[in-house]
Design a protein around this ligand. Structure first.
Ligand code: DX5
Ligand code: ZN
Length: 225
């Protein structure tokens, strides 16, 4: 029997929010979203620098919305587990940065988190298909990781199609998350390709009413899936 289709996940990215008011940014979308996407950047894996464990700890105390930590960092073997221990719902690290993704995924799951694998713009997904049973989430970048506000790259959706086909054939329960340039004019294409979790920074926190922006994104995704 085919597994029932998973519900759409909408995950606003706090990267586009006011960093002096992160709790308010979380509050402004609570009730309209499933996860809060937290972009951790270390100025090494990507040129940008954002936040780390102390901020995630404070966010965890400030909101009940599950935290979706996207680690754009080197040496995730050293750091990722700490995010699981802080209570992150989902901890996603980059395939390009990890020496042994399957082992790290097992450790994250043992620590009580969902394990996520992220694939950046220039990385083929084929190399990682065999590892997917170890993961709950596959994050396909639809831009080059590092900065918000970049233009969506529709050609990267081929990776979503490949991964979704593979997951279906293997009866894997896999969330496929897209990140980068997701907005009202792009989310349907990503949903049609097989994504079921959608990160949106600028499209949410750049809107006058962030919660309403999330509701509109969800209905567009639901209609396309
Ligand atoms: C960038 C981050 C994204 C970013 C997306 O590397 O991973 O989560 O916030 O921003 P938008 O939605 O503005 O493209
Ligand atoms: Zn992200």
């Amino acid at each position: 029997m085919e597994a029932a289709q998973a519900d759409t996940v909408i995950a606003p990215s706090l990267l586009a929010a006011d960093f002096a008011r992160l709790a308010e940014a979380a509050e402004s979308v609570a009730g309209a979203v499933d996860w809060l996407h937290v972009d951790v950047m270390d100025n090494h894996f990507v040129p940008n620098l954002t936040l780390g464990p102390p901020v995630v700890k404070s966010l965890k105390a400030a909101t009940d919305v599950p935290l979706d930590c996207h680690l754009m960092i080197e040496d995730p073997e050293r750091w990722a587990l700490g995010y699981a221990e802080l209570g992150a719902h989902n901890v996603t690290f980059h395939a390009e940065a990890s020496a042994d993704p399957a082992t790290l995924a097992k450790r994250l799951r043992s620590a009580g988190a969902k394990a996520g694998l992220a694939i950046d713009r220039d990385t083929p997904v084929e190399d990682y298909l065999d590892l997917l049973p170890e993961f709950d989430t596959l994050l396909i970048m639809t831009i080059k990781a590092g900065f918000g506000g970049q233009a969506f790259m529709p050609e990267l959706l081929d990776k979503v199609r490949t991964a979704r086909r593979h997951a279906k054939a293997g009866h894997l329960e896999l969330r496929i998350e897209v990140d980068g340039g997701i907005a009202e004019d792009t989310i349907a294409r990503a949903a049609e390709a097989g994504a079921d979790a959608f990160v949106a920074g600028t499209a949410v926190y750049g809107a006058d009413d962030p919660a309403e922006a999330c509701r509109r994104l969800r209905s567009l995704a639901d209609a396309a899936r």
